[in-house]
Design a protein around this ligand. Structure first.
Ligand code: GDP
Ligand code: IMO
Ligand code: MG
Length: 420
């Protein structure tokens, strides 16, 4: 049985914390898409840890963590992260497994990402510059190097061929930064990667499922950043939605059980692109300050706004969400009034469906107001103690999106979560 946990907004919903919380219920935690553009925060023994490549179950030594074929893997980031995890006494050679089909990010992918963004100028995506787009382009363009290739004696030749192709592209961009400086570190990381567990992942995972093991697929980014269904072209380059689990791990759709969708009690976005409920005012600033809304990967300030139920309902639909998990509810503790967006007004007309084109379109959010709860909720442990004003807010969201909120997260700590 495979359960899926993924973000329903524009990323950073708190997936890392929630995966870490649920991890003990599973035998395997597997990343199925994305790469080091992700930044998943969790707390281990009270210390903050941000994971980019490794699944968020890694701090549970007995749980197997898998980097699936749908992921793009930067060996340099992986090595750094494995070293950081080892400092907590975790032996990644025991609980980290990497698919041989996982595509590699090479230094020139990062350069291409930068060159492409520079060329776009003001229309840039606001990419994390981790080489994600170019790496996925090499996958679909059938040029990529995969983890299994590093075990072949011809790897160096394959690398040089790809590097030469990239150099031509970089020349076309008139991009002159020297990438050879990053190559030493890259090859050291490849050497390290050769010492890790590289597996035939689809067989491994399906055998585990046949033995009755429980798998949690950990999404990165969010549904509104999905390459097909997000706010294109301001999206990432992978399928972030539940459908990506099948292609990203090699499991059948029949294996998918619960789809746990994570949403903040409000909304954030980092990078460019449409964000109908964005607050460019003191309230937005307040959300950023109280919620510490700064990117876990790039440190950029996150854009903040009210929860967007039009987008959330859409995300629940395309993912088949069976349970909602609402995070960062405590960030709203001090607000007098809360708003939720129930429709988009475009050219004077109200829409409750996500339109094809959202960028370059003037979308005015239609808002419904709620009273804030105005109490400190961070210590609450049971649903009965949640303020009525909060349950009103949650009930409205349940009814609007058609999926039940089953957990409310009321702080960054592992124990700060209330089952409803
Ligand atoms: P992810 O990418 O979805 O894993 O989310 P990030 O780690 O990028 O961002 C979520 C941030 O919110 C992190 O700093 C978390 O520690 C923090 N966080 C998660 N859940 C809660 C919560 O319920 N309340 C508060 N105040 N912070 C939270
Ligand atoms: P987690 O897993 C928030 C955004 C970038 C940019 C766009 C494309 O932590 O939720 P990319 O580097 O993928 O080409 O950037 O997507 N983005 C994220 N935003 N959280 C993330 O991951 C993100 N990963 C990418 O800011 O707008
Ligand atoms: Mg994040």
């Amino acid at each position: 049985m495979v359960d899926v946990l993924l973000g329903l907004q524009w990323g950073d919903e708190g997936k890392g914390k929630i995966v870490d919380y649920f991890a003990p219920k599973y035998d395997i935690i597997a990343r199925f898409q994305g790469g080091p553009n992700a930044g998943h925060t969790l707390y281990v023994n009270g210390q903050k840890m941000v994971l980019h490549q490794i699944p968020s179950g890694i701090f549970h030594q007995h749980i197997i963590n898998i980097i699936g074929n749908g992921v793009v893997l930067d060996p340099v980031t992986l090595k750094r992260e494995c070293d950081a995890v080892a400092a907590y006494g975790i032996d990644v050679r025991k609980n980290l497994f990497i698919s041989q089909r996982t595509n590699l990010i090479v230094p020139s992918h990062r350069a291409l990402d930068k060159a492409s963004e520079l060329q776009k100028g003001d229309a840039k995506i606001g990419s994390t510059l981790k080489g994600i787009g170019p790496a996925y382009m090499d996958k679909t363009g059938r040029n990529a190097l995969r983890v299994g290739d590093i075990l072949s004696p011809s790897f160096d030749t394959q690398y040089k061929e790809l590097r030469a192709k990239h150099q031509t592209l970089l020349n076309n961009f008139n991009f002159t930064e020297d990438i050879s400086a990053s190559e030493k570190e890259f090859f050291e990381a490849i050497e390290f990667l050769r010492t890790l567990n590289i597996i035939n992942c689809e067989y491994f995972i399906n055998k585990s499922l046949a033995e009755g093991k429980k798998v949690l697929a950990e999404g990165a980014q969010g549904s509104m950043l999905d390459v097909d269904f997000g706010t294109f072209p301001f999206v990432t380059s992978s399928n972030t939605i539940s459908a990506g689990v099948c292609t990203g791990l090699g499991v059948s759709p029949k294996q998918i059980n619960e789809v746990l969708g994570v949403t903040k009690a409000y909304c954030t976005r980092v990078g460019g692109g449409p964000f109908p409920t964005e607050l460019n005012d003191a309230t937005g600033e307040e959300l950023r300050k109280i919620g510490s809304e700064f990117g876990a990967t790039t440190g950029r300030p996150r854009r903040c706004g009210w929860i967007d139920l039009v987008a959330l309902k859409f995300a629940c639909m395309i993912n088949g969400v069976t349970q909602l998990i609402m995070t960062k509810a405590d960030v709203l503790d001090s607000f007098d009034t809360l708003n939720v967006c129930t429709a988009y007004k475009i050219n004077g007309q109200e829409h409750t469906e996500v339109p094809f084109q959202m960028s370059g379109v003037d979308i005015e959010p239609v808002l419904k107001s709620f009273s804030g709860w105005k109490i400190d909720t961070t210590g609450i442990k049971d649903a009965a103690s949640l303020p009525g004003t909060m349950t009103n807010y949650i009930d409205f969201i349940n009814n609007y999106v058609g999926a039940p909120v089953k957990y409310v997260s009321n702080g960054p700590g592992r124990e700060q979560i209330v089952a409803i």
